[in-house]
Design a protein around this ligand. Structure first.
Ligand SMILES: [Zn+2]
Length: 412
C-alpha cells in the first residue's frame, strides 16, 4: 500500500468518526458539503475539506469554555490535559484520550528511532515540565523504548549539568537556546561537557536545530550530535531529523502535509498545513501551522519516503520582516549572528515606522570591535544595512524554554 492510499483510508475513518460526535468539525464539514467519508474518493479530495485556523480554535474555546467543542467523545473518555504556551495569543487547552495518547507516543518513538536512540540510552530532560504536551509525550516515549529517563524539573542549570555528568547521560532533550546556555554555564563552572557521556541532543521549540550555524555551535560546545524535532501541543510531534542527513522529515505515516502559498501547486515554499491521522479524540484537519517551510525534493540517504524540509522550519509567518522589499526571518538573522563566536547572546527588535518595517540587532559581546564585521556580514547576506548595537556580556536575558529574542513592536 502506498503512503497516500494509507493516508486516504485513515482520513476516511477519521471523518466518519468525528462526524458522529465532534461538534466543531461536524459543523465545519457539513458547511463544506461533506456528509461522510464517501465524499472522499482520492487523496486529492482533501481539498474539499475546510481549513482550520488557530483563531477558530481559540474562539471556539472562548465560546465554549474551557475545552471548546473539538472533542469527539464525552469528556470522561479523556485522560490528559495540556495547554499551549500562548506565545501566539490566548493559550489553547487540549484534551487527549488514551488511544490518542498512545498514538502521540508512537509519533515520539519515531523521533527516537530516527535519532537511533535506544534502550541502552540514558535520557535527560532539561525542562521544567510545564503544561506543554511535548515534555510529557517525550517522557512517555522514553519508557516505551526502554531507555532510562531523568527529569530535569525543579533544578537549577548547574544542578542539571551535574546530574547530566554524574548519571552518565547519553541523550539530552532541550531547546537549542537552552543547550547553548547550559554549555555557557558549564564553561564558566569548569564542567567538561565535551568529554561527558552525552552523544546526542534532541532539540525542539525553535528553528535553531536546523540552523546550521546554531547547530554547529551546540555540537562543538557539547561534543555531541544535534537532532532537530518539530511539533506543537495542538498538532502533536510531526517532524524529526534522521541520523544520516539530519534533515527534518515530516512523519507522513501519521500526518498529511500540504503547502499553502500563492505560487501555484509547483511552488515548494509555503505555510505548512497538517492533518493528523491518529488523534481522533481531538484532531486537527488541514490546520494552518503558521510555519514557513521549503520542501526538499531530493531523496534522503536514509531512504525514508517522507518529505523533508530544507533548513527545517524556516520561521513563523507572522515573524517575517519586510525591509525595503526584502523578506527576512529572525532565523536567517540568527544564522548570521551565530557565525561570530564572540556573540554570546542577541536580540532582534522590529518596529514599524511610517508603515515600513525597521530592524535593530543588539549583540552581547566582550569587545565591540567585532560590530563592523557583523554589520558587513548582514549586508552581504541580505543586501541591507541593519543597525547593530553592542552591549556588555550578561546584559541580555537567558532562556530555559522558547527564547524571546525576537521583539516585535509592529502590532497595532
Ligand atoms: Zn533522512
Amino acid at each position: 500500500m502506498t503512503i497516500t492510499d494509507d493516508q486516504l483510508g485513515r482520513l476516511k475513518k477519521l471523518i466518519d468518526e468525528i462526524l458522529a460526535g465532534n461538534h466543531f468539525y461536524k459543523r465545519k464539514l457539513i458547511e463544506a458539503g461533506i456528509s461522510g467519508s464517501s465524499c472522499l474518493r482520492s487523496i486529492a479530495d482533501l481539498e474539499l475539506l475546510p481549513l482550520t485556523t488557530r483563531e477558530e480554535l481559540t474562539e471556539d474555546q472562548a465560546l465554549h469554555p474551557p475545552f471548546g467543542t473539538n472533542l469527539t467523545y464525552p469528556t470522561d473518555r479523556y485522560v490528559h490535559w495540556h495547554r499551549t504556551s500562548g506565545a501566539q495569543g490566548r493559550p489553547l487547552h487540549w484534551l487527549d484520550t488514551k488511544e490518542s495518547w498512545n498514538w502521540l507516543k508512537a509519533c515520539w518513538v519515531s523521533v527516537f528511532d530516527a535519532a537511533e536512540v535506544s534502550s541502552k540510552d540514558r535520557i535527560f530532560y532539561a525542562f521544567s515540565f510545564g503544561p506543554f504536551l511535548g515534555f510529557w509525550i517525550a517522557w512517555a516515549a522514553a519508557e516505551e523504548i526502554g531507555a532510562l529517563r531523568f527529569s530535569g524539573a525543579n533544578q537549577s542549570s548547574i544542578e542539571r549539568l551535574r546530574n547530566i555528568v554524574n548519571f552518565q547521560i547519553t541523550v539530552v532533550c532541550s531547546t537549542p537556546t537552552y543547550a547553548l546556555h547550559l554549555a555557557e554555564i558549564a564553561e564558566k563552572e569548569g564542567i567538561d561537557l565535551r568529554n561527558s557521556a552525552v552523544s546526542k541532543l534532541i532539540v525542539a521549540g525553535e528553528p535553531g536545530g536546523s540552523i546550521r550555524e546554531t547547530r554547529t555551535r551546540i555540537e562543538r560546545n557539547w561534543g555531541a550530535i544535534v537532532f532537530d524535532h518539530a511539533g506543537a501541543t495542538e498538532i502533536g510531534p510531526h517532524s524529526f531529523a534522521c541520523s544520516q542527513a539530519r534533515r527534518l522529515h515530516l512523519n507522513e505515516g501519521e500526518y498529511i502535509a500540504e503547502l499553502l502559498n500563492d505560487g501555484g501547486s509547483n511552488s515548494k515554499t509555503g505555510e505548512l498545513m497538517l492533518t493528523n491521522l491518529g488523534r481522533s479524540g481531538s484532531p486537527v484537519i488541514r490546520y494552518r501551522t503558521g510555519d514557513l517551510v521549503q520542501i526538499d525534493d531530493n531523496p534522503c540517504p536514509c531512504g525514508r519516503p517522507f518529505i523533508s524540509f530544507t533548513g527545517g522550519i524556516v520561521g513563523r509567518l507572522d515573524e517575517m520582516i519586510t525591509i525595503r522589499g526584502v523578506n527576512v526571518f529572525p532565523s536567517a538573522v540568527e544564522s548570521v549572528l551565530r557565525r561570530f563566536e564572540q556573540v554570546e547572546e542577541f536580540r532582534i527588535e522590529v518596529s514599524r515606522v511610517q508603515s515600513l518595517d525597521e530592524m535593530v540587532v543588539t549583540v552581547e559581546v566582550s569587545s565591540d570591535l567585532i560590530v563592523p564585521a557583523i554589520r558587513n556580514e548582514l549586508v552581504n547576506t541580505f543586501g541591507l544595512r541593519i543597525p547593530v548595537i553592542a552591549v556588555t556580556p550578561n546584559t541580555l536575558p537567558r532562556f530555559e524554554m522558547k527564547a524571546r529574542r525576537f521583539i516585535d513592536k509592529r502590532a497595532g
